[in-house]
Design a protein around this ligand. Structure first.
Ligand SMILES: [Zn+2]
Length: 141
């Protein structure tokens, strides 16, 4: 490999900010944490300062199971970025958490041919050498 080829370490990394830090620190503790509105009960993802349902600022973090189902997916057979060439074919998915919010993720430990809408999936806490933990999903089986 030449020194100019992208490496896994060149992959874009999340950059936590104040409002998102509890989500990322939860992943480091191998927990999925979501905000919930104390005023109307809505579950909220992505992290925000105000509830998108009632505009209340009374959002509190809760640890949830992380159980979800596949809402939609696509299979990237060509790398979406040169740094992801080692992950092809990559199963890119939107999963719907039991609580309702949907999040974009990557399915791992799965045969792309077995992925379908509605597939029950469980969280995978994918820790990099730099300590970053990404939330991926695998079939519940
Ligand atoms: Zn609310």
């Amino acid at each position: 490999m030449s020194t100019t080829e992208p490496r896994a370490a060149d992959k874009p990394r999340p950059v936590p900010i104040e409002v998102t830090e509890p989500f990322w620190s939860g992943l480091r503790d191998e927990e999925v944490r979501l905000q919930r509105c104390d005023d109307c009960g809505a579950w909220v993802f992505y992290p925000r300062h105000r509830c998108p349902s009632c505009l209340s600022a009374a959002l509190r973090w809760h640890t949830v199971s992380g159980r979800a189902s596949v809402y939609t997916f696509t299979i990237a057979r060509q790398a979406t970025h040169p740094a992801f060439a080692d992950e092809v074919p990559q199963v890119l998915a939107v999963v719907e958490l039991e609580e309702g919010p949907r999040l974009t993720t990557t399915l791992v430990d799965v045969d792309p041919d077995e992925v379908c809408v509605g597939l029950a999936v469980l969280p995978v806490f994918d820790r990099d050498e730099d300590g970053t933990v990404l939330l991926r999903y695998r079939p519940a089986r």
